[in-house]
Design a binder for this molecule. Structure first.
Ligand code: UD1
Ligand code: UDP
Length: 382
């Protein structure tokens, strides 16, 4: 019987972390001819993930350039996808989440009349400008996609509100699948700073900040708050693997550089990152992925944004919205660093985002969609 040709398309670090386990799952099954196309919207940060998961792309558009604009990324990805899709002729293209790569990958597939599956579908803030441009990217992909793989029931409800009810499946988030392969007991860090930290007597706070809507004043306020936290609490060590974006690099070094207990380090490979998260005291971040991973590891998270499209862990009590204003961030971090009762309220492991079976469910659904299985799999139960 002819194999179903399924092409995964991704380009940034978080998409790679969340799509690699799925690409590997598809490749392991005889009914699929699994193809992988990377746009390389990110370069080093993407290659690091490919390396850890030992994934070899079939196509690489290599679009990254320093300080790239949204229009450049989108048009380069769109143009590049043309020849890839003409050459590969996949039966289905899978895109992930809400990046420029995601949108361009879905649009190019639509132009070629190739069905699209959207992994991590249905996340919404209902604010066009935040996250920017992700909220609109994911809405546009929602309009194009034929199969929608929703991490949570709330995500499915969001799609229903837009009258998207066909081809919608509750699968859990593939990031939890990834996490199960990267966390290692008694892990030894390669990074010298991470290896030298005292995780028992000091409070190691993992911080990241990179979002476009935080560029400028919000980022300055967030980072000023972080420095105040380090100054006010001598028993803390702030570890910040700084995103390679020149905008972020400049801000981080300007506001946080030269402090003995703020460690500005290069982006970590995903295994180092996940094991650092497992060992840290708490997380302060504007990242989407970290909001999903840290709760699974029982780590309190302060979200450095005004809103979140991931309300599930807020409801479960492990994530709090700290906003982007200096004083509020400082106060909320101070409370978690000084009040054990408040800390303990948040530090419990919850898994609203998945059970580690999302990739297997998605592969089963695709097989069923193409008539190779009698029934779709059981949905992810929260
Ligand atoms: C992108 C996504 C965002 C996602 C983030 C994950 C869009 C519009 N944004 O934002 O949704 O949360 O990735 O990190 O798709 N750079 C390097 N090397 C790398 C990666 C980036 O040098 O490996 C630098 C380049 O100068 C690049 C800049 O970072 O121009 C910004 O990258 P870009 O993909 O445009 O935006 P992100 O902020 O990373
Ligand atoms: N991550 C990583 N190394 C780092 C920082 C983040 O491996 O130095 C991982 C993190 O664990 C998560 C993903 O990258 O899985 C999140 O990526 P990012 O914050 O860049 O994007 P977002 O999730 O906000 O889209």
């Amino acid at each position: 019987m002819k194999k179903i040709k399924v092409m995964t398309v991704f380009g940034t670090r978080p998409e790679a972390i969340k799509m690699a386990p799925l690409a590997l799952e598809l490749a392991s099954r005889p009914e699929f001819d699994a193809q992988c196309c990377v746009t390389a919207q990110h370069r080093e940060m993407l290659d690091s993930v490919l390396n850890i998961f030992q994934l070899q792309p079939d196509y690489d558009l290599n679009v990254m350039e320093p300080r790239q604009t949204l229009s450049t990324i989108t048009s380069k990805c769109l143009n590049g996808m043309d020849s890839v899709l003409e050459d590969a002729e996949p039966d289905l293209v899978l895109v992930h989440g809400d990046t420029s790569t995601t949108f361009a990958g879905a649009l190019a597939s639509f132009y070629h009349k190739i069905p699209v599956g959207h992994v991590e579908a249905g996340l919404r803030t209902y604010d066009k400008w935040s996250p920017f441009p992700e909220e609109i990217n994911r809405k546009l992909v929602g309009a194009i996609a034929d199969l929608h793989f929703c991490p949570t029931a709330a995500n499915r409800d969001n799609l229903a509100r837009e009258n998207i009810t066909k081809g919608v499946f509750l699968t859990g988030n593939t990031v939890i699948d990834a996490l199960q392969t990267t966390i290692i007991k008694d892990f030894t860090f390669i990074d010298k700073t991470l290896d030298s930290l005292d995780y028992v007597n000091q409070k190691v706070v993992l911080v990241t900040c990179h979002r476009r809507e935080n560029y400028g004043q919000p980022m300055a306020d967030i980072m000023t708050a972080m420095r105040r936290v380090a100054d006010a609490f001598p028993d803390t060590e702030l570890v910040y693997p700084v995103h390679l974006s020149p905008v972020v690099q400049e801000a981080a070094h300007r506001y946080l550089g030269g402090h003995p207990r703020i460690h500005l380090i290069m982006p970590l490979d995903v295994r180092e990152m996940h094991n650092l998260m497992a060992r840290c005291y708490m997380v302060m971040t504007d990242s989407g992925g970290l909001q999903e991973e840290a709760p699974a590891l029982g780590k309190p998270v302060l979200v450095l944004r005004r809103e979140t499209e991931r309300p599930e862990a807020v409801e479960a009590g492990t994530v709090r919205l700290a906003g982007v204003e200096e004083e509020k961030i400082f106060q909320m971090a101070s409370q978690l660093l000084s009040d054990r009762t408040e800390y303990d309220k948040m530090a419990h492991a919850v898994n609203p985002y998945g059970d580690g079976q999302a990739c297997s469910r998605i592969a089963d659904i695709i097989a069923w969609h193409f008539g190779r299985r009698e029934m779709p799999p059981e949905e992810f139960g929260q």
